[in-house]
Design a protein around this ligand. Structure first.
Ligand SMILES: [Zn+2]
Length: 324
């Protein structure tokens, strides 16, 4: 029986994913979500219902428009499949509750923001505001229900009792926005270029409002590792291709030194404090050297960001939903 409902959640997710594609496309082009019926973006031919079946239509049409043979973006089936898997996963973990509905809605908005960030490097304010309001409502009524502590205080002579979760939500909103905004400001001051968009501040603020301040910190830390882990190979490949061996070699040396240091730490080979500090200092120096090279290359006009940061934050949020 449970399997039946998980498959059901997967199919609902496929359909919602199909709708999210419309939200993404029309959000970026400024068209209304409801009014014009589905049409091909190239030939504008109106699509029949059988051209609009999530996932299946793409497979049957072999990724091409039935009318003009224009290639259909792989984004459509990917978003549908991903949304389907996320919905099935949330349902599997949380069952049929109000909590589940809210988490599905929040993750849907996360998917939309990730795709607009990947496609055009923008986060639309409307999507972020929607998630912020959703998060505030979700925590005001404490739908997560994990911690039902209430807090009472007097305000203008009125006795007010609210869930602690709501305070964590407001703090998450302000904290997430402020921390990411500050990081973006510092990066801008050092490199004199816009590195991280304000969009990332909106995403972390919105995630903070939904998941609370403590989870927002976890999400930020996870996102640094996710983004770094994905970016380092991309950058290394780029430097190698551009014959920038100075940068390539320095980063490889740093990774190697840091790895050896960690291994040494693990197997306790640092028998004396002096030895330990010497090794530590050596790794730090190579790290600083790499940072100096990086800053220099950014100042010399190299594009600082190869990968957008928003999706890394969203992947952090997904880990919080499914692993914590
Ligand atoms: Zn067409």
């Amino acid at each position: 029986m449970t399997t039946f409902w998980i498959v059901y959640a997967f199919i609902i997710g496929l359909c919602i994913g199909s709708f999210l594609n419309v939200v993404i496309l029309r959000g970026l082009s400024g068209e209304s979500i409801v009014l014009p019926s589905s049409h091909c973006t190239k030939c504008s031919h109106k699509l029949a219902w059988y051209d609009n079946i999530p996932l299946l239509s793409y497979l049957f049409l072999k990724g091409k428009c039935r009318y003009c043979n224009e290639k259909i973006s792989i984004q459509y089936p990917l978003v549908e499949l991903f949304t389907g898997l996320v919905f099935a996963g949330v349902f599997y973990k949380y069952g049929l509750t109000v909590n589940t509905i809210f988490i599905m809605a929040a993750l849907s908005l996360c998917i939309v923001m990730s795709v607009t960030d990947i496609k055009e490097r923008v986060i639309l304010d409307g999507h972020a505001y929607f998630l912020i309001i959703l998060g505030l409502v979700y925590n005001f009524f404490n739908f997560a229900g994990e911690d039902s502590t209430k807090i009472t205080f007097w305000f203008l002579g009125l006795k007010i009792t609210i869930f602690q979760a709501f305070i964590h939500s407001v703090l998450g909103l302000i904290g997430g926005f402020a921390v990411m905004g500050l990081i973006s400001l510092i990066a801008k001051l050092i490199t004199k270029k816009k590195c991280f968009g304000e969009g990332d501040a909106y995403i972390l603020g919105a995630l903070g409002s939904f998941f609370g301040i403590a989870n927002a910190i976890v999400i930020l830390i996870l996102s640094i590792f996710i983004w770094g882990g994905l970016s380092i190979p991309v950058f290394l490949y780029k430097w190698f291709k551009d014959k920038n061996y100075k940068m390539f070699g320095s980063i490889i040396l740093f990774i190697l030194a840091a790895f050896l240091f960690a291994v040494g730490e693990y197997f306790n080979i640092f028998t004396s404090n002096l030895f330990h500090w010497f090794a530590y200092l050596l790794v730090a120096c190579i790290g600083l050297h790499c940072c100096r090279l990086l800053l220099q290359s950014i100042k010399e006009g190299e594009k600082p960001l190869v990968l957008p940061y928003g999706p890394a934050l969203v992947m952090g949020a997904l880990m919080v939903v499914f692993l914590l």
